[in-house]
Design a protein around this ligand. Structure first.
Ligand code: NDP
Length: 303
């Protein structure tokens, strides 16, 4: 089986290189491509021709325009990469009976209320990024290929920068921190997303009726403020030189932290469909965050 992966150096793409490797022959590309194969999602004609030339059995698209604020000023580029390219991949996959795995976002919702959204909840994005991600989902469905679309939220990975590590750095430098407390969701590890993808793909290859749209997020929920506090206390308990006092991590409203793009306040995703159909457990968000911290920060500091 030939698997073609786009976005191999992104948070999820990196973990997918590991998780998909045992499933078949993996051709993993970043934007620059390799061996004459372009992995650039912004050149739609070249993308279609490349997929035809590779003739994969499975396409996994972990590439996306993910700069949420910048997308407000670059709507055209975001629309091509997030909205149009997934449609090209879906049509090419359909033409050869291949599967397409694609990722979408909690930002397709407006975030009103406090109930978790399920796959049938109405979408109403607040930002250019959210709209383009929704367009991408529709393009995949309309492209007619067998597909798995995973909507996920608040991704972090051990590799590269992430919110947790930024908070830790600031907590070592500053005496006070202000963190948004009115956006609620589930920090979800790229590792978990990649492992669930491999598991679900394996099952769907055997039973194509499992194709469709699924919400995929770690268990439980928290705010960015709760997430920051958790990470900082974890580090403090392990002897890290944390400067900020526990009561000096101030909860603030989104309106106190202006950004170009509006974010949903309620990013809770109902994952029942995924867990039930694929017989999965999605661990609490703290499990994955603690593991990522242990991996990236190393053992406790002896005092
Ligand atoms: P990253 O931003 O870590 O990775 C995205 C990858 O896409 C990068 O490697 C980037 O390459 C690549 N890319 C950007 N533009 C192009 C292009 N024109 N052609 C080819 N590749 C390109 O994303 P994540 O791993 O965090 O996200 C994976 C998926 O999950 C995406 O679909 C995203 O929309 C979705 N998602 C993300 C969330 C998050 O919190 N990050 C939350 C919910 C959903 P380069 O580095 O060269 O720009």
């Amino acid at each position: 089986m030939k698997i073609l992966l786009f976005g191999k150096n992104g948070q999820v793409g990196w973990e997918l290189q590991r998780a998909l490797a045992p499933l078949g022959d993996l051709i993993a590309l970043d934007r620059r491509g390799e061996r004459g194969l372009s992995g650039d999602l912004s050149n739609l004609d070249a993308l279609a021709a490349m997929v035809r030339a590779v003739a994969p059995d499975v396409i996994v698209n972990a590439a996306a325009y993910t700069a949420v604020d910048r997308a407000e000023a670059e709507a055209g580029v975001a629309a091509t990469i997030n909205g149009a390219a997934p449609g090209v991949l879906a049509r090419e996959a359909a033409a050869r009976g291949a599967w397409l795995v694609h990722y979408s976002s909690d930002y397709v919702f407006d975030g009103s209320g406090d109930r978790p959204r399920d796959e049938s909840s109405a979408c109403s994005p607040l930002s250019v990024y959210g709209r383009t991600k929704l367009d991408g989902e529709l393009a995949v469905v309309n492209g007619g290929a067998k597909h798995l679309i995973f909507r996920t939220s608040w991704i972090y990975a051990a590799r590269g920068d992430n919110f947790a590590r930024t908070m830790l750095r600031l907590a070592q430098e500053r005496e006070r921190l202000r963190v948004v407390a009115d956006q609620v969701g589930a920090p979800t590890g790229a590792e978990l997303i990649a492992d669930v993808t491999a598991h679900a793909l394996r099952m769907a290859l055997r039973d194509p009726r499992l194709g469709g749209l699924y919400h995929l997020a770690a268990g439980g929920d928290t705010s960015w403020h709760g997430y920051a506090k958790h990470v900082i206390e974890w580090a403090r308990e392990r002897g890290r030189p944390i400067r900020v006092a526990p009561d000096a991590i101030e909860p603030i409203a989104s309106s106190d932290y202006p950004a170009a793009a509006r974010r949903p306040l309620n990013s809770r995703l109902d994952t029942e469909r995924l867990r039930h159909r694929f017989d999965l457990v999605l661990p609490d968000w703290r499990d994955g965050v603690n593991r990522m911290l242990a991996e990236t920060l190393g053992p406790p500091v002896e005092t």
